[in-house]
Design a protein around this ligand. Structure first.
Ligand SMILES: NC(=O)c1ccc[n+]([C@@H]2O[C@H](COP(=O)([O-])OP(=O)(O)OC[C@H]3O[C@@H](n4cnc5c(N)ncnc54)[C@H](OP(=O)(O)O)[C@@H]3O)[C@@H](O)[C@H]2O)c1
Length: 325
């Protein structure tokens, strides 16, 4: 029997990666977005665009008819989580309940609060000591306690890779790569959790394939790449084929600018994630779906820089030499 998935926020960072991965895996994909999907996704024969606002409950319920899985990949602008995160969640819950579908959410590490321990497993206590931590705790609690809803959270670190923009990789680390700089927001020896989006999207497909067996609520962790800034620095230098001088993100400037720029205020609140080493323990996810997809770090960084159009072009002479060979 054909499997149908409704992806909410299909034009977003993980949304685009999910649409590709599910369509390539043979699922029929309904891809909700307010704006047109990127051409490569819209043209895929197994992708049907659903053009509506995610807060339009009627349109969302209609789109959810006959799907086995709904993925909530919506994300309000960073400065508007307090107003929009829970209404968008409730819309996603409504769509999943309408069709009896499994609701899946890409979770993040905010739930653990600002003194998060170095190793994060699904049983690690959650502490709502920031506004965003409280919202994520409430999000997962509503998923777990809504009567009749079956749900899965796959928690991951910072996204990178894929066609979307606005990750820490493109906004900071690679932002000055063409000027020979590697810009890092924390100490270079501190471990940080990252999720390469094509790998994470594969993990979603493999869990979704088990939708019929999944009752109740499950919180699973995707380990992805737990690496230091130094490891990323080295991977980026290798991909670029040149030395890159390490530079700090200018937190002092961000602190001053935060008086005027709401987004910078939000960044300051979350700075602890660059100061506290952390990684995710993926034991439960491996128990469910077996070995996890993991593109080697160097390959993932190279592909990500390629998506951003930042890799050096082969010189004309190298190209001609290759063509003659
Ligand atoms: N980014 C990360 O590093 C990261 C890491 C771990 C977990 N996560 C979680 O993964 C989920 C998706 O994150 P993302 O970074 O992929 O999201 P994103 O690209 O920032 O946004 C996804 C989509 O949300 C939609 N959206 C935003 N505001 C909306 C509104 N008011 N009404 C309807 N739709 C709205 C937008 O859709 P339109 O195309 O319609 O504008 C956008 O394309 C979030 O729960 C996030 O917390 C993210």
């Amino acid at each position: 029997m054909a499997s149908n998935v409704l992806i909410l926020g299909a034009a977003g960072r993980i949304g685009q990666a999910l649409v590709s991965a599910f369509a390539e895996a043979g699922w029929s994909v309904r891809a909700q977005a307010r704006k047109p999907l990127p051409t490569a996704l819209a043209a895929h024969p197994r992708v049907q665009a659903v053009r509506c606002d995610a807060l339009d409950a009627h349109a969302l319920r209609a789109a959810a008819q006959g799907v086995q899985v709904v993925i909530h990949a919506l994300n309000p602008p960073y400065t508007q989580w307090d107003k929009l995160a829970l209404p968008l969640l409730d819309a996603a819950i409504g769509a999943a309940r309408e069709s009896g579908a499994l609701l899946m959410l890409p979770g993040n590490v905010y739930n653990f609060g600002s003194d998060l321990p170095a190793r994060l497993s699904p049983g690690t206590p959650q502490r709502g000591d920031t506004p965003k931590a409280r919202l994520r705790i409430e999000t997962e609690s509503r998923m777990a306690t809504t009567p009749g809803l079956r749900s899965v959270v796959i928690r991951a670190g910072d996204f990178f890779g894929g066609p979307g923009r606005g990750t820490w990789l493109d906004m900071a680390l690679a932002s000055r790569v063409n000027k020979g700089r590697f810009v890092y927001p924390g100490a270079l020896d501190t471990l940080h959790a990252w999720a390469y989006l094509p790998d994470l999207a594969q993990a979603f497909v493999r869990v979704a394939d088990r939708h019929a067996e999944l009752a109740g609520h499950h919180a699973l962790h995707f380990a992805g790449h737990a690496v230091t800034g130094a490891q990323l620095h080295e991977a980026m230098q290798t991909a670029m084929g040149r030395d890159l001088k390490a530079a700090d993100l200018p937190w002092g400037l961000i602190r001053v600018g935060a008086l005027l720029v709401p987004m910078w205020r939000e960044l300051l609140v979350m700075r602890y994630l660059w100061q506290r080493p952390h990684q995710l323990d993926d034991e439960g996810l491996r128990d469910l779906i077996g070995p996890l997809p993991q593109t080697p770090l160097h390959q993932a960084v190279r592909a990500s820089l390629g998506e951003l159009g930042l890799l050096p072009q082969p010189s004309a002479s190298a190209f001609n030499a290759k063509a003659r060979a």
